[in-house]
Design a protein around this ligand. Structure first.
Ligand code: ADP
Ligand code: ZN
Length: 807
């Protein structure tokens, strides 16, 4: 059942139904007083439940399973490992359209026109939607005057007459690219000659035509509008004029669907070091399931993946390619689509319902279209039937872990389990592996292959640390820039090269503070200071989204002395505009990329060198591959290092190395300047000499000393309630019970640094589980404590979240 309960429920079926129903199919079942749910058949048995009378099912919804046997095993593993319900996993895995329930809202598809194909009952519903914009499944039951209506709704869905409403996600809208092709009036040589003659009186248009033919190069493919505009040095207005004249036609093609048949290219030949790495990986797979590919940035890991993918496809098996963030990695999708065209399905939780259902069905039916699935975290939950290879690219990325809502799974670890269930190979790739993965490789649990040279023997960038404490003392700072960084930037810009600047925070000044009384305006719902956004003069909470205008006076002392402090990407952008008035500056962070195509637009302009300096946050690190960037500047490495988390140092190393990797990816050696108040910090020293091993050793020493993963397992229990006293009492009770079982391995309860979010107070307890004691036993014990906790009437309203591997 798609509900957060630990149990499976038993329903009564007839013998005839038993013959028909298969495990993994959907059935509509009654639940509670009046609810109807879509449930998945988990098993069929002959034992009557003792505690309740088994109800009859309403309806069988599928003829054949939509969930595979391996998936059910995987879900069971996730539920037990991450201490959540099977229902949570089911909800996370199945596209919403598969899970109609009494509360689902049904809407009309305004574009549907084939009313003639509807059955009488379907037509009744369709007609009802003419009068009422939304119907609940329950309402449909009333209209048809019967209960089992889900199959009618499903049929309407499959005819695309209706849509079901999904509110949780903002839908991901893929980018469209405009292409130009000749209007069909000009298919013959003769008509073309006449055209060119006619155009002799319009030289600009004639030139565009000539450029068009040059770009086309005799092929049948259309030409990208951008390329044409650039090549002929014109504006889209003039091209539009030719469209009006019916000389050109414009095509809109979805960027992730751009695959003209002739476009498929053979994969690249590997160079010597890559060939060696590939051979080593294959040797590892003879003996082990999991292999770590530790390859420096730009060593060509993606090319190696392609070879493994091709070999897996030759064996007739499926490939899952996991990426940290689909929206940020369209360039990888494009690259792979060049090699594999239609065989790739891209899966994204923010895709529309239809697209997700399409991928799901393609996989279940083992269609050719779903031989390679490229997706972020949630694609690890798809119904693979014959998986041969899993690639986890950028395996160290934090976005593989789901924090909210349950199931709080880690996609990399879940992928390893998935590989195990299918007997498939799993390749983890990174230039900066997570400490836990490297540890597993050292322990020989995973195989290990290293690739140390960049493709084309491009050198790793030269990294320089700039001591800004010293610079401040000597008055050599202009705003947030040292004279050294400014010098390097001038050099790069005068050589017509591009610059990337990395700043960890977004917003103009994270904190606004009153210079008279020292008070900073707080979010009314959360215990955090509001962040100042200069462009609209607004204060915002980055936790709950609360926003308000910047007050003219301090809310505490009422003096007009609210002062902006600290700095973020927006401030840097402003400073740059003053320092380099000639340069084109842009900013990339959550605020500027929120819009539909924000991110892609920025990337394209940067790629086309319409931007000289790009300032951005973490987003910049996601494997962008730009040829013309010669300098990367990090404005302040300290706020990363000082972040209160046991992984702060590891993360700083990863981030610094990944941003550095954006510099000098072509022939010239790139340059990186990292500004810090603390340039002698071990981690920064290790970054400059690319010494991953030393970083790893230091981190492991600390984790030994303070007992942190991967040497122990970390489980976090979080309690939330509106009433502070209540959550405090509850947390103390929970803490004591845990101490009884786990002794001094329990830390807390403590209030996290932000003690209240969305009006709820938070308490958190950490449990360190030693790896030498059965994990299963420990978790069972935690579960028992949680169950007794929930049985206490006073605590029932307290929200309890259990997060396994909560880092
Ligand atoms: P990584 O994923 O390790 O950062 P990429 O696979 O993105 O590296 O490779 C970096 C660049 O080098 C890409 O532009 C890629 O096309 C190119 N490249 C790498 N290996 C080859 C190869 N064997 N043949 C042609 N180009 C390659
Ligand atoms: Zn808030």
């Amino acid at each position: 059942m798609p509900i957060p309960l630990q149990k499976l429920f038993t329903y009564r079926i007839t013998e005839a139904e038993a013959d028909f129903i298969k495990i993994g199919t959907r059935v509509a079942v009654p639940f509670g007083k009046s609810k109807i749910y879509t449930a998945i058949v988990y098993e069929m048995h002959l034992e009557e439940p003792k505690a309740y009378e088994a109800k009859e099912i309403y309806q069988i919804l599928d003829e054949s399973p939509i969930v595979t046997a391996i998936q059910l095993k995987q879900w069971q593993w996730i539920a037990s490992y991450y201490m959540c319900s099977l229902g949570d996993v089911l909800r996370a895995a199945l596209p919403k359209a598969f899970l109609l329930e009494s509360e689902t809202l049904v809407l009309k598809n305004p574009e549907f026109e084939e009313e003639a194909t509807l059955t009488d009952e379907e037509f009744l519903i369709w007609e009802a939607l003419e009068h009422q914009p939304k119907l609940k499944i329950q309402d449909i039951g009333k209209i048809l005057d019967r209960k089992g209506v889900l199959s009618v709704v499903h049929s309407l869905l499959s005819k695309e007459a209706i849509e079901v409403k999904e509110e949780i996600y903002e839908q991901y809208k893929p980018k469209y690219v405009k292409y130009v092709q000749l209007h069909k009036n000009y298919q013959t040589e003769e008509s073309l000659h006449t055209l060119l003659d006619d155009l002799s009186r319009a030289p600009k248009q004639r030139e565009i035509m000539l450029c068009f033919f040059q770009l086309k190069h005799g092929s049948d493919e259309p030409v990208a509008l951008q390329d044409l505009i650039k090549k002929s040095n014109t504006t889209s207005g003039i091209v539009q004029a030719l469209v009006k004249k019916e000389v050109f036609e414009l095509l809109q093609v979805r960027e992730d669907r751009v695959s003209f048949d002739t476009d498929i290219r053979p994969i690249h030949e590997l160079n010597e070091p890559q060939l060696k790495a590939l051979a080593q990986i294959k040797a590892v797979f003879e003996q082990k399931e999991v292999c770590l590919l530790h390859g420096v940035t730009s060593s060509g890991k993606t090319e190696i993946y392609s070879h493994l993918i091709s070999q897996t496809l030759e064996q007739g098996k499926q490939v899952l390619y996991l990426l940290p963030e689909i929206a940020l990695t369209t360039h990888i999708i494009n690259r792979l689509q060049q090699f594999y065209g239609d065989k790739i399905s891209v899966f994204h939780s923010r895709y529309s319902v239809d697209e997700r259902v399409e991928v799901w069905n393609n996989l279940v039916s083992q269609s050719d279209k779903a031989q390679i699935v490229l997706g972020a975290r949630s694609s690890v939950l798809l119904p693979f039937s014959n998986l041969g290879l899993v690639i986890v690219d950028e395996e160290h990325e934090t976005s593989f872990k789901q924090f909210e809502p349950s199931p709080r799974y880690h996609a990399r670890d879940t992928a390893i389990m998935l590989g195990y269930l299918h007997g498939a190979n799993v390749l983890l790739g990174s230039a900066t592996p997570s400490v836990e993965t490297f540890y597993n490789a050292k322990q020989s649990k995973y195989g290990y292959v290293k690739l140390e040279t960049r493709y084309g023997n491009v050198q790793l960038p030269e990294i320089e640390l700039v001591d800004i404490k010293e610079k401040h003392r000597k008055k050599r700072m202009t705003g947030h820039f040292s004279d050294r960084l400014l010098g390097l930037m001038e050099e790069a810009l005068s050589d017509k090269e591009q610059v990337i600047l990395f700043q960890n925070r977004r917003g103009f000044a994270p904190v606004v503070e009153c210079s008279t009384c020292g008070v900073a305006p707080q979010c009314p719902n959360c215990d955090v200071s509001l962040t100042f956004h200069k462009f609209n003069n607004e204060l915002r909470c980055h936790y709950c989204g609360h926003q308000q205008a910047l007050p003219k006076t301090c809310p505490a002392c009422e003096n007009p002395t609210l002062d902006t402090k600290g700095f973020g990407t927006e401030q840097i952008e402003l400073e740059l505009k003053e320092l380099f008035p000639e340069a084109k500056v842009a900013r990339m962070d959550l605020d500027t990329t929120r819009g539909k195509y924000g991110y892609q637009k920025l990337l394209r302009s940067f790629h086309d060198h319409e931007i000289d300096i790009l300032v951005g946050t973490q987003m910049l690190t996601k494997g962008l591959d730009f040829k013309n960037v010669s300098l990367v500047g990090v404005l302040n490495a300290d706020n990363l290092l000082n972040f209160p988390d046991f992984r702060a140092h590891e993360r700083t190393y990863q981030l610094m190395v990944q941003v550095s990797g954006r510099a000098g990816r072509d022939q010239k050696r790139g340059k990186v300047a990292i500004q810090s108040f603390n340039p002698y910090h071990q981690i920064l020293q290790q970054v400059t000499i690319h010494d991953y091993e030393a970083m790893y050793q230091d981190q492991m020493n600390e984790r030994h000393q303070f007992s942190y993963p991967p040497l122990i397992r970390l489980v976090r229990i979080v309690l939330k309630h509106k009433d502070f006293i209540k959550v405090d009492t509850a947390a103390n009770w929970m803490g004591k019970s845990l101490v009884n079982s786990f002794g001094d391995q329990v830390l807390g309860p403590t209030s996290p640094s932000i003690g209240r979010i969305r009006n709820k107070y938070i308490k958190s307890i950490l449990i360190k589980l030693p790896t030498n004691i059965s994990l299963k036993q420990s978790k069972d014990q935690i579960q028992r404590i949680k169950d007794s906790f929930m049985a206490i009437p006073d605590f029932r309203a307290v929200q309890v979240i259990v997060d396994v591997d909560c880092y």
